[in-house]
Design a protein around this ligand. Structure first.
Ligand code: E4P
Length: 217
């Protein structure tokens, strides 16, 4: 399973990258706004800076909601760097845009996926990735991990190439569950990634080893 970080914060991207386990980055308009990135020029420059930090797929989201607008925006985003993946919302115009990008060899990430039916449509349109938002489903009392399992089963049966990019991850255990459920990629903030490191028996075990090592000096 690939690991993407879900942030537009350059320091956090660098920290995850320095761990040596980072395969890519996802962003969205909310994450860009959180970093105070304003205006077309600054947004493009920020994506370029992310591409220079990480050698992997970098999702950049369109904000148009009509086919022509998405295609125009997507072309500009894709021109920033070969690793840019154009993020397109799961709406009717978005499905048309996914097909256009697929026919024109531009990688895509279909975002805001909340059902297996949406994941089937995105795959049929040739999306490179689909992003089921499991945390937002859990937030309203549904089972987000179950959706990942369902999509993984459908894609395997149908032979779809689209990769499942588990998104909206809230915790380290979500990452483990996504790996079990067959996600190809998980994207999440830095904290759940660092949380995977932690176990009290590791800490107490290391403490004891270091104490005993001190006696062997
Ligand atoms: C994915 O690409 C989205 O940017 C993200 O995972 C959404 O997460 P949230 O539900 O925590 O906003």
């Amino acid at each position: 399973m690939k690991f993407f970080i879900d942030t537009a914060n350059l320091a956090q991207i660098k920290e995850a990258h320095d761990l040596g386990i980072l395969d890519g980055v996802t962003t969205n308009p909310s994450l860009m706004a959180k970093e105070g990135i304003r205006g077309q020029e600054a947004i493009m420059a920020h994506y370029k800076a992310i591409c220079e930090l990480v050698d992997g797929d970098i999702s950049a989201e369109v904000i148009s909601t009509d086919f022509e607008g998405m295609v125009e925006e997507g072309k500009k985003l894709a021109a920033i760097h070969p690793n840019i993946v154009v993020k397109v919302p799961m709406i009717k115009e978005g499905v048309k845009a996914l097909k256009w990008f697929s026919d024109n060899n531009i990688k895509t990430n279909c975002t805001l996926i909340f059902s297996a039916g949406q994941a089937i449509l995105a795959a049929k349109a040739g999306a490179t990735y689909v992003s089921p938002f499991l945390g937002r489903l859990d937030d309203i009392g549904y089972d987000g991990v179950q959706l990942i399992e369902q999509i993984a089963q459908i894609y395997a049966i149908q032979g779809f190439d689209t990769q499942i990019l588990a998104a909206s991850i809230r915790s380290s255990i979500h990452i483990v569950k996504c790996a079990e459920a067959g996600a190809h990629v998980c994207t999440c903030p830095l904290e759940p990634i660092l949380g995977l490191l932690k176990h009290p028996l590791t800490d107490s075990g290391l403490k004891k080893f270091l104490e005993d090592a001190a006696q062997t000096k």
